[in-house]
Design a protein around this ligand. Structure first.
Ligand code: RBV
Length: 428
């Protein structure tokens, strides 16, 4: 047991039972995480993170917990809290906190004050490394604990929105330590963002509402990696997919994929289900709510809860009630009811029954996280302050572990082929 103050244990009626349940969830996930399992062997043997203190703000559930334990078993002291007030699983948080080198401050459903108190409590451990999903920890350190920056070797960022914010911070000359853009690696983005977001968002909406996508008009806001996944999987469940976009090439890509592409002003009137994935604010606002059909479902799969403008919706509503667990119905003056899932927070993690992305894809994302943290410690002098792409050999290392675990064999280039590819002199 760790002797640090951990609010999750105080919060639980039966901490011991919760710890056991949290551990059971972690064990199940780990059986399907061959990358973390393989990395664990070398992390335990080599202790690459000995002496490091890692501050994390991530979705505290079973898969993340296995990453946290891997980092701790690699020699680090880890302090963690949530990166969304609704995504924490308290039993997992308690199980993690029982590890002697881990303190978990994450508690589900906390108010803003407790949420930020937990962030401060994590930073009070004097981190040498930060691991974020959304950049909150980097922001807090820079704004309120600049004295820590000199001893921080670097950070790693999980998600599109976090990388976007970090690049903006870097462009302003404000980012004062190196941070790896984990999100932007092939091993993360082509799997987690596409398959993970697509599958878990749709599964969560289906389970939360007990409704089908078949034959419905599903409006996908944004055709980035996440939007592509949501559109593809919705089409696979026999929905008629409508995409909205602001970027001409992405709009064209969606069109050529066979989806309807419409401005949100038009899509609003025909959609049955709306899923936003843009990373921007005000994707669905007052004028859209005014023309929507009775009974629509509104969900957000972007990192922050600003895509569906709930203030506008509250202003229009004459009544509001919980229609089901995780579904809030807003009644309009003309009698229409618009249903918001999981308070407009990222639906695949914040709905009451949400489990986050499937285990297999998180194994990949967290495998990249782990090798990035190792890289920061081993080669810290190679990285100046700023956002860094993850070295390709690290991404390949993780891909190779995964392919071996899946029993997938693949070819390699012969010397002649390699020479051919490297040469500009060959022609007709
Ligand atoms: N994500 N985490 C989970 N731990 O279950 N599911 C999704 C989990 C991450 C995903 O990598 C994405 O980039 C981020 O959550 C958005 O906050």
């Amino acid at each position: 047991m760790s002797d640090h103050y951990s609010p999750v244990v105080e919060h639980l009626a039966e901490p011991e039972t919760a710890r056991e349940e949290g551990r059971r969830k972690m064990d199940w996930a780990l059986q399907h995480m061959p990358i973390l399992t393989e990395l664990r062997e070398s992390f335990v043997a080599d202790q690459p993170l000995a002496g490091e203190v890692i501050a994390m703000a991530m979705h505290v559930e079973a898969k993340t917990a296995n990453l946290v334990e891997l980092l701790a078993d690699g020699g680090a002291e880890v302090a963690i809290t949530g990166c969304n007030p609704l995504s924490t699983h308290d039993d997992v948080s308690a199980a993690l906190d029982a590890h002697e080198n881990i303190t978990s401050y994450a508690v589900r459903g906390v108010d803003d004050e407790d949420y930020y108190d937990a962030m401060h409590a994590v930073v009070a451990h004097d981190p040498t490394i930060t691991v974020d999903d959304g950049m909150d920890m980097v922001k807090l350190v820079h704004e309120e604990y600049p004295e820590l920056i000199d001893s921080i070797v670097g950070g790693a960022e999980e998600t599109t929105t976090g990388v976007h914010r970090l690049r903006a911070m870097d462009a302003d000359g404000e980012l004062q330590y190196p941070v790896f853009a984990v999100n932007d690696t092939p091993m993360k983005r082509l799997f987690d963002n596409i398959h993970g977001t697509g599958e878990s968002s749709l599964a969560t909406i289906a389970m939360t509402t007990n409704l089908s996508f078949a034959g419905k008009n599903v409006v996908v806001g944004g055709y980035g990696y996440c939007g592509k996944g949501v559109a593809k999987k919705a089409a696979g469940q026999n929905a008629n997919v409508i995409v909205t976009e602001v970027e001409p090439r992405r709009a064209l890509e969606a069109h050529m994929e066979g989806y309807d592409v419409l401005p949100m002003d038009e899509a609003a009137a025909t959609g049955d289900v709306f899923i936003t994935t843009t990373g921007n604010r005000d994707v669905i606002t007052k004028e859209h709510f005014e023309v929507m059909q009775d009974g629509v479902l509104l969900a957000n799969a972007g990192h922050f809860d600003v895509e569906v403008n709930l203030e506008d919706l509250e202003e229009l509503a004459v009544d509001q009630f919980e229609a089901r667990d995780g579904v809030e119905a807003y009644e309009m003056a003309d009698g229409r009811e618009l249903n918001v899932i999981a308070e407009g927070r990222l639906v695949n993690l914040a709905a009451p029954i949400a489990l986050g992305h499937p285990v297999e894809v998180m194994d990949q994302s967290f495998g990249i996280q782990a090798v990035c943290v190792r890289e920061l410690v081993e080669n810290s002098n190679d990285y100046a302050a700023g956002v860094h792409d993850v070295p390709d050999e690290l991404d390949r290392e993780v891909a190779e572990i995964k392919l071996a675990a899946e029993g997938v064999a693949y070819d390699s280039l012969s010397e002649t082929q390699r020479e051919y590819m490297d040469s500009w002199e060959h022609g007709t």
